[in-house]
Design a protein around this ligand. Structure first.
Ligand code: FFO
Ligand code: ATP
Length: 195
């Protein structure tokens, strides 16, 4: 007998993750460069709209859209930039550390660069104003599928004051994502259009 039962939700999400990770990794260097520039005007508009000074970003890996040209621009106009660091004791929690010219970086257990842990550089999350998040896929309602660790869902559920902005390649946006009860929708998604 054929099994026609639908895949469990977590399996559907894992399959989608795999497909969507492959799509962003297939982008060419030129497409990546174009997209990283393309997100700048809309992101600046949002930041100025909220007059935000303390902004969290991420360092790109695995084909994620790069916020680095945007970060450079923001630093040149005096904004304070923070990056996520895996919490050393509290599993699946993130700390946010100041990122400036003097930041020492090292790879975390996923191979993502992050500032070396230094308690003097940690910003309490209550003082962050906006958070720009990476994603594997998003939908037109602002829902997000990430790498599967639940790091950003936990952060967003603990900091309701944060204005959250997803950064995505065009090929990462779908009509509708399969959602779980703990998923935290984003306030905005900025799409980096392709060439
Ligand atoms: N650039 C960036 N930084 C980020 C995130 C992110 O998605 N992008 N995160 C967002 O949460 C956190 C890290 N979360 C991650 C969760 C899973 C994997 C990952 O590669 N998982 C592998 C299994 C690897 C293993 O278990 O060792 C996989 O799924 O293939 C990477 C990052 C914090 N920093
Ligand atoms: N607010 C929360 N509190 C506790 N556990 C949570 C919370 N949010 C998510 N989780 C747990 O995290 C795990 C992964 O969640 P999910 O697959 O949605 O991660 P993701 O959003 O893709 O990952 P990430 O945010 O790290 O990119 C799930 O097992 C879920 O139960």
């Amino acid at each position: 007998m054929n099994d026609i039962s639908p895949l469990p939700l977590c399996e559907q999400r894992n399959q989608l993750r795999k497909q969507m990770r492959a799509k962003r990794q297939a982008l060419t260097l030129d497409e990546q460069r174009f997209a990283a520039q393309n997100i700048i005007p809309k992101s600046l508009e949002l930041i100025e709209h909220y007059a935000a000074q303390h902004l969290a970003f991420y360092l790109p890996f695995n084909g994620e859209i790069s916020p680095l040209p945007l970060i450079e621009k923001l630093r040149s106009i005096g904004k304070k930039i923070y990056l996520p660091v895996l919490h050393p004791f509290s599993s699946h929690q993130l700390l946010f550390l100041r990122f400036d010219d003097k930041s020492d970086l090292s790879s975390n257990r996923f191979g993502i660069l992050e500032p070396k842990l230094d308690v003097r550089k940690v910003l309490p999350i209550s003082e962050l104003e906006m958070i720009f998040v990476p994603l594997v896929a998003c939908d037109t309602q602002g829902n997000r599928l990430g790498m599967g660790g639940g790091f950003y869902d936990r952060t967003l559920s603990q900091a309701k004051h944060l204005i959250s902005v997803g950064l995505a390649h065009q090929c990462q946006q779908l009509e509708c994502l399969p959602l779980e009860s703990w998923d935290e929708p984003l306030d905005y998604i900025v799409i980096g259009n392709s060439i």
